[in-house]
Design a protein around this ligand. Structure first.
Ligand code: PMT
Length: 399
């Protein structure tokens, strides 16, 4: 993925300002970005904005760069992906009907790269049969069309026509740029903490942010898997295109996991599940009274152990996580055996740059046959890809 090249085409609609955020996100995802703007787009946002964000000269006019006479051919052929965002009704019509009367439309005529078209316009314009027919034609020809969102539009009306959030366009772009080696594979991921209620306003939880589990869900989705994400409470937006099951308690998580386990090829349990919960949850807020207060706790179901016990009837690659502060490998190995796992990902959560809440992680992957593999410190998305690579290899080897 790193270093792949994206051409962003920006056309003249009010949503052009959102394209600046898209370019920033693409650069942050380690992609190389070139921007082509129509003349109308430059009235909404200046090329300088995109040049600063992308680090590359923006191409707006057919004859802007006399030293690069073949830009209109090169740009759409050496890119791995072209994103047109926002795409006006005008550019959609021109691409559909082979009109090349400016730089971007001419470039699209000669383009060989995959293209993602993100229409954004007034709702009546979007629903106009001519625009709908043009979009259908483009889709039939292999263009990827990202449906606009419905809601309040800049022109004051309410309806479909809003450019999707740049983070969602980024996600769709990464799906189009990724290898699709998990197509046909159903993967269930758990993420985040669980919350165990003491009364309606107080609960016991832990430091899991969900970043590791969401990275796994994202990576699996990008690689073509059907993904179910069962998540405790987090502040992370689930990626569009997955089945999302938000839960609160360990018991909720157990129910959701067992509801979705049928047909899973891999189950990856990155969630930090509370081992215990209060024996009773008070109906009303517990009042301050005595000097001390003790809480009677009972054991929660061990979801992973239950999956392991019933693995014969539901064969799949079962991956656990272990959060440890000492004897990392020894403790993680005990869990592999006790829970009948194929693999466990051990986190040293005493490190500042790994484990809970961090954007990076360094893990030890321990296999049922005793092998141990160390990962370097990497972004959680890269750790997620590594875990999926290893789980896929186990799946491919299994009878
Ligand atoms: O969410 P982040 O902030 O990104 O942090 C990531 C993480 C540190 C939470 C994650 O990478 C991690 O290590 N998750 C597992 C934490 C944990 O609960 O470990 P454990 O050793 O207590 O549990 C072992 C395994 O059994 C885990 O896969 C857990 O999901 C599972 N389990 C545990 C208890 C229980 N009642 N049911 C379970 O299924």
């Amino acid at each position: 993925m790193k270093g792949k090249k994206v051409l962003v085409g920006v056309t003249g609609g009010i949503a052009a300002y959102k394209a600046a955020e898209l370019v920033r996100l693409l650069i942050k995802a380690d992609l190389r970005v070139e921007v082509a703007m129509t003349r109308s787009a430059t009235r909404f946002v200046t090329p300088l904005t995109f040049e600063t964000l992308s680090g590359n000269k923006v191409i707006a006019g057919m004859f802007d760069r006399e030293d690069m006479a073949m830009d209109h051919i090169r740009c759409g052929q050496d890119a791995d992906l072209i994103i047109i965002a926002p795409a006006t009704a005008n550019i959609v019509g021109k691409i559909a009907h082979g009109i090349g009367d400016d730089f971007l439309s001419t470039c699209m005529l000669a383009a060989t790269a995959k293209a993602l078209i993100c229409p954004a316009m007034n709702d009546h314009m979007f629903l106009n049969p001519a625009v709908q027919d043009n979009l259908a034609l483009l889709q039939k020809r292999g263009f990827f069309i990202m449906a606009p969102e419905s809601g309040e539009l800049a022109c004051g009306t309410d309806g479909p026509g809003r450019l999707p959030d740049p983070s969602d366009i980024l996600e769709q772009s990464l799906i189009l740029l990724s290898k699709r080696d998990l197509e046909g594979c159903k993967i269930l991921v758990t993420a985040g903490p669980t919350t165990e209620y003491i009364d309606p306003v107080r609960y016991i939880t832990n430091r899991s942010s969900g970043k590791m589990g969401y990275a796994l869900a994202r990576a699996a989705l990008r690689r073509g898997a059907e993904v179910v994400l069962v998540s405790g409470p987090t502040t992370i937006k689930p990626p569009p295109g997955i089945v999302f099951r938000p839960v609160k308690t360990a018991e909720d998580m157990r129910r959701a996991v067992f509801e979705h386990r049928n047909g899973c090829h891999m189950i990856i349990k990155a969630a930090a599940v509370s081992d215990y919960r209060p024996k009773e949850t008070a109906d009303q807020k517990v009042k301050k009274g005595t000097e001390s207060f003790s809480l009677d706790m009972v054991k929660n179901p061990d979801i992973l152990a239950l999956l392991g016990e019933t693995k014969k009837a539901h064969p799949c690659i079962l991956v656990g996580f272990a959060a440890e502060t000492e004897a990392l490998v020894k403790n993680a190995r005990k869990k592999i055996n006790a829970k009948n796992l194929d693999m466990i990902v051990a986190n040293d959560v005493s490190r500042k740059d790994a484990g809970f809440q961090t954007d990076t992680n360094a893990v030890k992957i321990i296999y049922a046959d005793g092998r141990v593999e160390d990962s370097p410190l990497m972004g959680k998305i890269d750790v997620a890809h590594l875990i999926l690579d290893r789980a896929k290899a186990l799946k491919d080897e299994s009878p």
